[in-house]
Design a binder for this molecule. Structure first.
Ligand code: ZN
Length: 125
């Protein structure tokens, strides 16, 4: 096995294991497992990043057990949604308005801009 494959296969994390992706027909999905697992799907055109979704989407799969093995997660997603692919980090970026200073910036999750985050860490505010 190539190192690159190994890194990809270990990228879903544990507690929780999470995966954002997109189906062949453009629907974003979000898999999450912590104690139980769930698979949610959004609408075509939504950014493939659950933090950017306007609603929770639709739960199309659920189990009351934990799944962390990436191969098993990949197969499960395919079983529920058909062909799909991973998304790049760039594809997960969306406009956020900073909670503190109201500046609009691109981010994959945070709603505090880097300027305010640095000030907070350095306790300047
Ligand atoms: Zn800010």
């Amino acid at each position: 096995m190539e190192l690159e494959d190994e890194v990809l296969k270990r990228s879903y994390g544990i507690c929780p294991a999470q995966l954002d992706g997109i189906t062949e027909d453009g629907r974003p999905f979000y898999f999450r497992s912590r104690g139980s697992w769930s698979l949610r799907v959004g609408k075509p055109g939504w950014i493939p990043n659950v933090c950017a979704w306007p609603t929770f989407g639709i739960v199309i799969g659920y189990g009351d057990y934990e799944i962390e093995d990436p191969d098993t997660i990949d197969e499960l997603v395919e079983e529920y949604l058909g062909p799909w692919r991973h998304v790049t980090w760039e594809e997960t970026l969306f406009d956020q308005e900073c909670l503190h200073c109201k500046t609009v910036f691109r981010s994959d999750a945070s709603n505090i801009c880097m300027d305010c985050l640095v000030k907070k860490v350095l306790r300047l505010e």
